[in-house]
Design a protein around this ligand. Sequence first.
Ligand code: FES
Length: 177
Amino acid sequence: MQHLESPHDHAKPDCHGCALVGRRDFLRDAALAVAGVLVALGAAPSLAAAAPLEFVSPLGGGRDEKRYAIPPADAVQIDKENGVILARWQSRVYLFSLACPHQNTALRWSDSEKQFVCPKHHSRFGGDGSYVPDSGRATRDMDRFDIHRDGNDVVGNLDKMYAEHEDAGWSTAFVAL
Ligand code: FES
């Protein structure tokens, strides 16, 4: 299994006091790692045929606000550039962080199992981002970005990411359809 950590993770073993990797840089690295794994596994053609997973870009938005079209049916879409998972799942739309809530490994989507899977420690999450108990090492549901509806689109604020255990907006960070 290919290692999906950010290359920044091991850049300088004794680097006390180094600048932390910015969230955007990390998310970009994580997203690129996902793409790399798909290629490395040689799975792109079959996976693409089997999974309604799409790679998307925002329709627009500012530096932190990103706009996405609401998928017409349940679907999982990944915005690699911004490290965002757009998921329509059972009448709700979420913008999840692509990063696993355990150690930030880029998550993948298994369409056959209808679950997100972390390739590092094998945590699993439902289509609504809920942690599957006793899987892997995660201890909480997937992190969510702030989101609101605007017509047929959703708009996410990528500067506001919520974790379940902190619940500063996490529990209401979805759009009900
Ligand atoms: S990094 Fe995902 S379970 Fe550890």
